[in-house]
Each structure stands twice: as structure tokens, then as C-alpha cells.
Write a protein that binds this ligand. Structure first.
Ligand code: ADP
Ligand code: MG
Length: 335
């Protein structure tokens, strides 16, 4: 069945019939505006993201279920980076007429599974037809106590720079899909792991919230455009700089396998590759042990990778202290 037979309102009804009841939603899908209630004492966090076919994803590579998951995951990641609790989402779709209902159903299932996994309720959106590919726009709302919200602007000189998980996997996954990287040394599992980091990212929602609520971090951002670019935003907004130790950057076993055969600039994917959706945060050195303990409780690795500097420059250094200049830079839509 094609979407044309269902029509705009049929599609909205099909999506809304799958949405369950959730906390804080007073009026959900179906009125001119949704009505929600913040928890007492909380401030509202709002963020919006677009995903465009051929810009952010290819329908050929992206299984629609995973695309649905990722569409919301990247927004949850923004709330996580503020230390917030994700609550509500709006989903706007511009749909080319040739898309099958099975694809849209799988997309919706992925989106709603990701939502359920993070306590997010779908409360509305917009639906139109598209003449130029699938367009997905997601607005997310979250909440947090005012004093717990973590901004990009809070870093202090001599703070440690930390990162969760591992970096570079999603960028290497993309390179594998685009056949820019040939890694004969990778096993099938390693290849699949790297590609899944690109196609099915898991937002660090619990970790971001826990760090914020424990009051351990001074600034935070999620890695969507690449470590150097994203830490660069913390540096700029904190009017500081930073030194990142290349050999401290956490790399997955699969990423390390690919380095064995690849060029020396393989590290650039970890420095400048986007879409890992890990969290980069800064914290006073005194909090080191507490952060390690908190991460253990969250079951996530976090690694100190550098230090915030008073001079407003972000640099990467090799083990001998010499400066390393990467060949590539973070993602920029108009560069
Ligand atoms: P309006 O004409 O007032 O913009 P719509 O017909 O666009 O209303 O939407 C009707 C209801 O369906 C609204 O509650 C809207 O938020 C919701 N809605 C529309 N598209 C979607 C979608 N893709 N996902 C979830 N809710 C949607
Ligand atoms: Mg509308």
C-alpha cells in the first residue's frame, strides 16, 4: 500500500494509534497544540533537529526502523548534553509519495521504541508530502532543575576534558559504507559494529543526567560534528581553550583493528569524525574519582583526554607533547 491511499490524516491516525499514555501529557496528538505539565521546580529544555535524505542519511543504507530510532536518538542526545530529562517530542515528516506504508510503519516503530526506552512521549508533529526526498524534523522537550542544567559556557581553566565511550566509530562506519575505507583486516563483527555506531547511535541520556544531578561537571556537549569541533564550542563559549592528548582518546577494538592497516591519519576520524553522540564534558580535577565511581554505576566508560587551558586555542598533542594537526575538520554543512 502506498501512502497516497492513506492520506495525511490516515497517516497521522496510524502514528497516533501507536502512541501510549505517558506522564506529563495532558492533551497529546489531535488538537491544535499539545498540553504538557513540567514537574514542579523544573525549567523547560527545547531542541530541534532536521534529518534530510541525501544530506543526513541514505534510504539505501538506512533501514527504516533504525532511521526512526536515530531520528529521536540525536535529539535525546541534545537533552542529555544539557543534563536534562527527556520528556516530549514532536515529529514532523515530509514524505515522498513513493514511500511504502511498510517503510513508514517501520520508521514509526523505531521512533516509538526509542521514545519508550527513554520515557519520551510523542505529543504531535506535522505531516506533508515531499517532492525532494524524505525530510524528518524532530523537536524534543526535556526538563531539569535550574541549578543542574549544564551549559557549554561553564568550563574553567585546568578542568579535565572527558569523553564517554569511544570516538571515531561512526565516522569509520560511514567511510566503510561509502567504500572510502577498505579494511581487509576487519572481521564481519567489527565491520557491523562500526556501521551500527553510525546507523543506530545510543544517546548517553542516563549518563548526562547523572553527571548533572551529581553536580560534577562544569560544561558539556554531545559529539555530533567531531571532537575538535564540538569541544571547540565549549572552548569558545567558555572563552577558553584546551589541549587534547591524542593517545588518550578512547578507541574501540574495531577502530583499533582498522588502524593496524590504515594510514597514520586514521586518528583523524576520532578527532574530527562526527555522529558518535558521546558526551564531552569538563570537570574540576578534584572530581575525578567521583566521576569514575559514577560512571561505574552507569556502566559506561569515561576517559580524561585533556585539559582546559586559559589561552583560547584548541590543540591536539602527541605523546611527546608535539602538536598534531589533523587533515580533516569537523562537519560543517556549508563548508
Ligand atoms: P493543524 O492543521 O492544526 O496543523 P494537523 O492536521 O497538522 O493540525 O495535525 C493534527 C494533529 O496531529 C496535531 O495534534 C498534530 O500535532 C498531530 N500530528 C501531525 N503530524 C504528526 C506526526 N507526523 N506525528 C505525530 N503527530 C502528528
Ligand atoms: Mg499541521
Amino acid at each position: 500500500m502506498k501512502i497516497g491511499q492513506l492520506g495525511e490524516f490516515g497517516l497521522i491516525a496510524r502514528i497516533s494509534s501507536r502512541v501510549g499514555n505517558s506522564g506529563g501529557v495532558i492533551t497529546g496528538i489531535g488538537d491544535d497544540a499539545a498540553v504538557t505539565a513540567l514537574s514542579p521546580g523544573m525549567q523547560l529544555l527545547t531542541s530541534t533537529d532536521m534529518l534530510l535524505e541525501e544530506v543526513h542519511f541514505r534510504r539505501l543504507w538506512h533501514d527504516p526502523y533504525l532511521l526512526g530510532r536515530k531520528s529521536l536518538a540525536v535529539s535525546i542526545s541534545d537533552i542529555a548534553a544539557m543534563g536534562g530529562i527527556p520528556r516530549w517530542a514532536l515529529l514532523s515528516l515530509a514524505v515522498p509519495p513513493d514511500i511504502s506504508l511498510e517503510v513508514l510503519d517501520a520508521f514509526t516503530r523505531g521512533f516509538l521504541d526509542m521514545a519508550a526506552g527513554h520515557g519520551v512521549a510523542l505529543i504531535g508533529g506535522d505531516t506533508c508530502s515531499s517532492r525532494a526526498g524524505l525530510v524528518i524534523s524532530v523537536t524534543i522537550m526535556g526538563e531539569q532543575e535550574p541549578a543542574r542544567i549544564v551549559r557549554r559556557s561553564g568550563a574553567c581553566p585546568d578542568d579535565d576534558i572527558w569523553v564517554t565511550g569511544t570516538l571515531g566509530d561512526a565516522a569509520l562506519g560511514l567511510a566503510l559504507l561509502e567504500k572510502r575505507a577498505h579494511s581487509p583486516v576487519l572481521t564481519t563483527e567489527e565491520r557491523e559494529y562500526l556501521i551500527s555506531r553510525l546507523l543506530d547511535p545510543l544517546p548517553r541520556a542516563a549518563v548526562g543526567r547523572a553527571l548533572a544531578e551529581a553536580g560534577l561537571v562544569s560544561a558539556m556537549i554531545d559529539v555530533s560534528d567531531g571532537l575538535l569541533a564540538d569541544f571547540g564550542h565549549i572552548a569558545e563559549q567558555s572563552a577558553l581553550g584546551g589541549t587534547i592528548r591524542l593517545d588518550s582518546i578512547p578507541l574501540s577494538p574495531a577502530f583499533r583493528s582498522s588502524l593496524r592497516s590504515g594510514p597514520a591519519s586514521g586518528h583523524d576520524l576520532a578527532l574530527a569524525g562526527g555522529e558518535d553522540y558521546e558526551l564531552v564534558f569538563t570537570a574540576p580535577a578534584d572530581n575525578r574519582e567521583k566521576i569514575v565511581q559514577l560512571m561505574k554505576r552507569c556502566g559506561i566508560d569515561a576517559t580524561p583526554i585533556g585539559i582546559v587551558t586559559p589561552s583560547p586555542e584548541v590543540t591536539a598533542v602527541l605523546a611527546d607533547g608535539s602538536r598534531y594537526v589533523p587533515q580533516r575538520h569537523g562537519f560543517n554543512h556549508f563548508a
